[in-house]
Design a protein around this ligand. Structure first.
Ligand code: PHE
Length: 480
């Protein structure tokens, strides 16, 4: 079945490529693939953006770092800083026609340029291993729902005992990773994207349905208030640090992806408008996921602070309780985890594809060799993260499990550095005039003044503060 699917898709791709050749000749790099149109681009970016970040990561961070306060800080950061960075990365990608390493090197070959490009490019390589561990958890839950274990999954201790059972976690992690590799090697990425276009709307409808169910449970009102109404008493520095990391993660910013996607688009794509569309869509899904999970925490455990602090396990502990109480729990559980699996797969594939193409482009390695290198990275970092709650739970890095450590390292340290590199590149080298000119290729740059203000003053200051405070926090110099 895989073989036939792959052959059909290859044939479709060849026809599409033939059609595209003539259109691409004016492009900086005529051989570069290109999106079929404006909608294709928005959908591709949205497909990469919407993933476990929205459904699994956002609700647990919001629950942990202040509910409504977290949401407010997240929205402000996204509309100002996130917006400016998406526009910048996309414009630089389109201007140079390159992924981050090439884009930075186009402006200079000295060490700072190399560092700027590589820090952006390495992040996906470090995220994809632990992303696949969570993907494995999702498959495990899907399989359990298929077997009808609705009641067992809803037990408090189910998740904890699952993640400490090393062999099982490793098995599901490997299964998810193999699925990702198969798609990358067979080159059926476009097929998956097509399937996900059908799955995404179903996911949205199901999420609305589950959220409605969750917010109407007795006791859920407190949860809705906690999630939607900012309460300054719940604010801490960690709220800002976590919200900024989450914004990078969820919108796929500061990790080279948007440079790469920008390099694929034509001059007529309205960068400002597509940025807004992606932000609205991505945030809507995150808020929906928050409404599914946070009110349910209050309904099922009375807003127990320990539950709110549950972290990465929150989705896996709370949703099964919701499903178990729904009456048709098996159906809801199977459908939900199947859809999340697809959202996770499309994002993991885009992370892996970016990593593999950076290695092939920059080190001039063959695709097979690049896949082998990624397999080694996956085995090392991914297995470490998978076993970090079981056989390797004695390994604590700065007080964090291996998975949490890689999440922290990429989101709170490396992404701010990557974003800072982009800011400096634009301020010191490229110049705002050139970026504006690139955006204006397709339409007027409506928010130009405010964009320059965000990039010049807000972004470097924000990033500097965040970087220093997250390092100080892990070193134990300050507690946030
Ligand atoms: N943005 C994705 C998510 O929210 C994660 C991701 C980042 C995927 C970068 C691809 C590239 O899950």
């Amino acid at each position: 079945m895989w073989g036939r699917w792959a052959r059909l898709l290859e044939a479709a791709k060849r026809t599409a490529m033939k059609k595209n050749v003539s259109k691409e000749q004016h492009h900086p790099d005529a051989l570069r693939a290109s999106f079929s149109g404006k909608l294709g681009y928005v959908l591709a970016v949205a497909g990469s953006a919407v993933g476990l970040g929205n459904i699994w990561r956002f609700p647990y961070l919001a629950a942990k770092y202040g509910g409504g306060m977290f949401l407010l800080v997240y929205l402000i950061l996204m509309l100002t800083f996130g917006y400016a960075l998406i526009v910048s990365e996309t414009a630089l990608g389109r201007m140079t026609g390159k992924s981050p390493v090439g884009a930075f090197e186009k402006f200079g070959k000295s060490l700072p340029f190399r560092f700027g490009g590589w820090v952006n490019a390495v992040i996906p390589m470090l995220i994809v291993p632990y992303y696949c561990v969570i993907g494995g958890w999702v498959i495990k839950y899907l399989v359990e729902y298929l077997r009808g274990s609705v009641m067992e999954l809803a037990e408090d201790t189910y998740f904890t005992s699952f993640i400490s059972s090393s062999v099982s976690v490793e098995f599901w992690f490997l299964l998810f990773s193999v699925m990702v590799f198969l798609v990358i090697i067979a080159g059926v990425k476009h097929g998956v994207e097509r399937v996900s276009k059908i799955m995404m709307p179903i996911l949205v409808i199901l999420a609305i349905f589950v959220a409605l169910y969750s917010v109407t449970r007795p006791g859920a009102v407190e949860g809705i208030k906690y999630f939607l109404i900012p309460n300054f008493a719940n604010f801490s520095w960690m709220t800002v640090v976590a919200a900024m990391g989450q914004m990078f993660y969820s919108l796929s910013i500061a990790m080279g992806i948007l440079y790469t996607y920008g390099s694929y688009i034509k001059k007529d794509v309205d960068i400002e408008k597509s940025t807004t569309q992606v932000e609205v869509f991505d945030t809507a899904i995150a808020i929906l996921a928050g409404l599914m999970i946070i009110p349910a925490v209050f309904a099922f455990s009375g807003g127990d602070p320990k539950m709110l602090q549950a972290g990465p396990s929150l989705m896996f502990i709370t949703l099964p309780k919701v499903f178990a109480s729904m009456g048709m729990g098996t159906f809801a559980g199977v459908l939900f985890f199947l859809l999340v699996l697809f959202a996770a797969l499309t994002s993991a594939i885009s992370l892996m594809e970016t990593s593999v193409s950076t290695i092939t482009d920059e080190l001039h390695w063959s695709r097979t060799k690049a896949c082998l290198l990624m397999a080694v990275v996956m085995a090392a970092v991914g297995s470490g993260s998978a076993l970090g709650f079981g056989a390797l739970d004695f390994v604590q890095i700065f007080g964090m499990s291996i998975l949490d450590f890689f999440d922290f390292l990429t989101n709170s340290i490396m992404m701010p550095l990557a974003a800072l590199s982009t800011c400096i590149l634009i301020i010191r080298v490229v110049g705002f005039a050139a970026v504006a000119q690139e955006v204006e290729c397709s339409s007027a740059f409506r928010r130009k003044k405010i964009y320059v203000f965000f990039m010049k003053y807000l972004a470097p200051v924000c990033i500097g503060i965040i970087l220093v405070s997250s390092i100080a926090n892990v070193m134990g110099w300050i507690s946030m």
